[in-house]
Design a protein around this ligand. Structure first.
Ligand code: 5GP
Length: 179
């Protein structure tokens, strides 16, 4: 490993704090049981840690979207797995691993609003990268942490060509590990 970005302990602390913020928001909206929609595959470990700390009754679903091919963004969002739950009129919280330029989330939010018509749509992200090319900075409603790290990060759901998701913390791999 080159550099630790988020330790196991910090992940738990961050998820506990985010869950409190989400619970407060749900106290305000009073719109029944919300659906937390994890963006596969990267957000799955984060989703399951996060929901443990939420006090409100919730439902869980997933969507699969991809804008990356390898480590390059294409700026185009493809939906390859739709949510199973009917999201119309519901409070929906999209759960994502990382926002980099914000392009993926921007298009995904629009797609979800247009196709599934939730009443309220929120975004909860584990890591937000301070990116000079950030196009849509307003996009996350709940942010775990921000990082200045510009190198590719892996672990706890974050992959590099499909690998590393099972590591329990988030880190920058050493060059020799990703060649
Ligand atoms: P954006 O559209 O915000 O530029 O990119 C967001 C998507 O890019 C995320 O959903 C994630 O899949 C991928 N991504 C961006 N940066 C990283 C990174 O450092 N590591 C990994 N594993 N994925 C990243």
């Amino acid at each position: 490993m080159e550099k630790l970005i988020v330790s196991e302990d910090e992940i738990v602390r961050v998820c506990s704090r985010l869950a409190k913020e989400i619970d407060s928001k749900l106290d305000e909206t009073k719109n029944g049981v919300p659906v937390l929609v994890g963006i596969m595959n990267g957000a799955l470990p984060f989703l399951y840690e996060l929901v443990k700390h939420i006090k409100h009754p919730i439902e869980i679903d997933t969507i699969k979207a991809s804008s990356y091919s390898g480590t390059e963004t294409t700026g185009k969002v493809n939906i390859t797995k739709e949510p199973d739950i009917n999201l119309e009129g519901r409070d929906v919280i999209l759960v994502e691993d990382i926002i980099d330029t914000g392009i993926t989330m921007h298009y995904l939010k629009q797609f979800i609003k247009d196709h599934y018509k939730p009443k309220n749509l929120y975004v909860c992200v584990l890591v937000k990268r301070n990116n000079l090319n950030l196009k849509y900075s307003e996009i996350a409603d709940f942010t775990g942490l921000t990082t200045d790290e510009q190198r590719y990060i892996v672990g706890f759901g974050f992959d590099y060509y499909g690998l590393w998701r099972n590591e329990p913390y988030v880190f920058v791999p050493s060059q020799k590990d990703i060649q």
